[in-house]
Write a protein that binds this ligand. Structure first.
Ligand SMILES: Nc1ncnc2c1ncn2[C@@H]1O[C@H](COP(=O)(O)OP(=O)(O)OP(=O)(O)O)[C@@H](O)[C@H]1O
Length: 673
């Protein structure tokens, strides 16, 4: 198909999408009108109808022959909601008929039957700024000129589309879709020796082409479209990626709601994408009765920034926002602890602050206080805590280990005192006492936890007592652990939640394909990992080397970093830029001096003219991503158990461009090899 024909197809499909989207909007308005009418003569306030889904087309399926099951049509669309007109039919992406859209490989053709007809091919759509602007066809049967030669719908054509160029403005040209570069092969990044003003980047060296290697996992769906989407500038908040979901992602997303799974994946392997789409799938209208989630899906992330990040994708995928709750772990723990919201992460002083043994002692205190109460009622928080401290006088039958005697002695005498201290150290304990005392459990129908590597043992116990009536979807990366007071293996989590598979193992699936960061960025960051953990295949090979610059005078470090950030702002255009630093305060002052203004609505966003950047302490950057990232003074990033998980996370927030500015020596792992 030539360029002109492609433009025509895009314009036609975009017109269909506008028609579809308008029709869905109309449907919602009509439903609201009916509700209003029926309540017209009452004093009741009219309930609002669910918010309209943004009608987005995901794909289009061509069949070999007309199918009676779809009213004699030989094709149908897949979109964000079901809709039917005389000219076309759209099925929801969650419907089982839509599954063929996500399995479009010629090799699978024999298994790809929709009703009794074979799938001839699948067209997948790409979007920019909410407009259908791109597509890719996969022919599963014989290749023809056009999968959909006859236009079904006669709608005036939209003006020709202009797709936005990818940031590096280099067209992606991959030899074959299965050839991909393992980021564990020899690093293309040479870190600057510690001499002043040495820059390694696109200006100094051409991008290194790495030898192709077989990519792990199933063959890519819509590989060209996927790579164009990955290279395009990213919005601040996450969007749904329905059209380019890959087969392994689709399979994890569409598992039965009672199934529990743990998805372990390096940075950018699509864990948050799976989390958001899984929530939407579990709440689908088409779910058979025995799979229907009766209550709500609870999605838990690490920070409030993460919650904002994923919320946009969730609201685009799920029309009824009462069916899911998305919260951060600090917020959840604070609610249960009856503490004011703080957003600060748990900060342990000793392993005992969050240990499972502490939860066991609380359990004992709970059962003692319950049996002491006259009617066997559920005790309140203060009573449970008093019993916990009383264990020093009346220890458990098998005694109290001296370490625990010392620990219990170090705790304040009363629950009020403990709560007044508001230390983030004891929040897990407060929350666990809180959940034991809670009279109205939340009873979610499925729990999804992202960045789960950062949950402490007692916090897992808290989650285990939320009354989950369905399965667990747990997503995380043990390499990104921030402290050694969290579990170092998923087996421990599986045992605690009793979700081991039939062989007694944690149901772990490893995600090995990196979507976010270029191979060059992954190579650079991977130097911080033990050799055996450097298994990640980046789908973006065409990046440039991270720029690593030593600033000789400490006093000039921040100025140089701001300069680097301004440079990235200019390069990414509409894309996003972040500075990740452990000294955000000093950085804020310097930004102000250079004419940057703090955004009124978001305390981490700074603006200067039409430029915008986020200034983030490492903690706040978790789970986020940006087209360009400046990481300042890596030596200041904290280490745990000999690993630099915090720095590793910061470096891997970058999608396409990474700049490291430093004065003190780089951490050992980041030296040139
Ligand atoms: N199938 C896909 N199609 C298009 N983009 C995708 C796909 N899967 C993932 N991505 C993109 O890859 C990027 C990284 O995905 P995501 O944030 O889910 O990774 P992650 O594993 O949660 O990373 P981290 O652990 O570092 O936070 C996002 O921009 C996401 O939109």
């Amino acid at each position: 198909m030539n360029e002109q024909e492609r433009s025509r197809v895009v314009a036609d499909e975009a017109a269909t999408e506008r028609d579809y989207s308008k029709a869905l909007e109309q449907k919602t308005k009509e439903a609201q009108r009916l509700v209003n009418e029926s309540l017209n003569n009452t004093w009741t306030t009219a309930p609002s109808v669910e918010s309209p889904m943004n009608g987005e087309l995901v794909g289009r399926v061509a069949l070999d022959s007309p199918s009676e099951d779809i009213d004699g049509a030989s094709e149908f669309y897949v979109g964000t909601a079901k809709h039917e007109t005389a000219d076309y039919q759209v099925f929801n992406w969650t419907a089982s008929i839509a599954a063929c859209t996500f399995y479009g490989q010629p090799a699978d053709r024999e298994n790809l039957q929709v009703m009794s007809e074979l799938v001839a091919g699948v067209r997948v759509f790409g979007h920019r700024n909410g407009e259908l602007s791109d597509f890719e066809d996969a022919f599963l049967g014989a290749e023809t000129d056009d999968l959909f030669p006859k236009r079904v719908l006669q709608i005036p054509r939209a003006p020709g589309f202009a797709s936005r160029p990818p940031i590096a403005s280099t067209p992606v040209d991959f030899a074959t879709q299965d050839d991909i570069t393992p980021s564990s092969s020899k690093s293309p990044v040479e870190v600057a020796p510690e001499t002043p003003d040495t820059l390694h980047g696109e200006d100094s060296q051409p991008p290194t082409v790495l030898p192709p290697t077989k990519m792990p996992g199933p063959a890519l769906r819509a590989p060209g479209l996927l790579r164009r989407e990955l290279a395009a500038p990213k919005k601040a908040a996450m969007s749904a990626v329905l059209a380019t979901l890959q087969v392994d992602q689709y399979e994890a997303i569409t598992k039965n709601g009672t199934t529990s799974q743990i998805l372990q994946g390096h940075p950018g392997t699509g864990k948050t994408i799976i989390a958001a789409h899984r929530a939407a799938y579990l709440l689908r209208d088409e779910a058979p009765d025995d799979e229907r989630i009766r209550s709500h899906v609870l999605v838990i992330g690490p920070t409030n920034e993460y919650v904002d990040h994923i919320r946009t994708a969730l609201s685009g995928l799920i029309d009824d926002d009462r069916r899911y709750e998305v919260t951060s772990i600090p917020t959840l723990l604070e609610q249960l602890s009856e503490l004011p919201p703080s957003t600060v992460p748990t900060q342990t002083l000793t392993y005992q602050d969050v240990d499972l043994e502490l939860a066991k002692l609380v359990d004992l205190a709970y059962s003692r206080s319950r049996s002491n109460s006259e009617l066997g009622e559920r005790p309140d928080r203060a009573t449970i805590y008093a019993e916990l401290v009383w264990l020093l006088q009346d220890p458990p039958d098998d005694g109290l280990n001296p370490e625990w005697v010392t620990y219990l002695r170090s705790l304040p005498g009363t629950y009020d005192e403990l709560q007044r201290q508001k230390t983030f150290r004891h929040r897990g304990l407060l929350a666990y006492i809180g959940i034991r005392a809670e009279r109205q459990p939340r009873y979610p129908g499925h729990i999804i936890i992202d960045e789960a590597q950062d949950l402490h043992p007692i916090e897992w116990e808290v989650l285990g007592r939320l009354g989950n009536s369905g399965g667990w979807t747990i997503l995380g990366d043990l390499n990104q652990r921030r402290t050694d007071h969290t579990f170092s293996s998923w087996d421990r989590v599986a045992t605690l939640l009793a979700i081991e598979d039939e062989n007694g193992h944690a149901p772990v699936q490893n995600l090995q394909r990196g979507y976010r960061s270029t191979a060059q960025i992954i190579h650079f960051a991977n130097q911080l990992l033990p050799r055996e953990d450097r298994i990640l295949y980046s789908l973006q090979q065409d990046g440039e080397r991270p720029t690593v610059t030593r600033i000789p005078a400490a006093g000039e470090l921040i100025g140089a970093a701001i300069g680097a950030a301004e440079d990235l702002c200019a390069r990414v255009g509409e894309g996003s830029v972040a500075v990740i630093t452990t000294d955000a305060l000093a950085f804020s002052r310097a930004l102000q001096k250079r004419g940057w203004l703090l955004d009124n609505a978001d305390t981490y966003v700074w603006r200067k003219g039409d430029r915008r950047l986020r200034l983030l302490p490492p903690e706040r950057a978790r789970g986020l991503e940006f087209d360009g990232v400046v990481v300042v003074e890596p030596a200041d990033f904290p280490e745990n158990a000999g690993r630099l998980g915090v720095l590793y996370t910061a470096l891997t927030r970058a999608n396409r461009l990474l700049t490291v500015i430093y004065h003190r020596a780089l951490p050992k792992g980041l030296k040139a090899r």
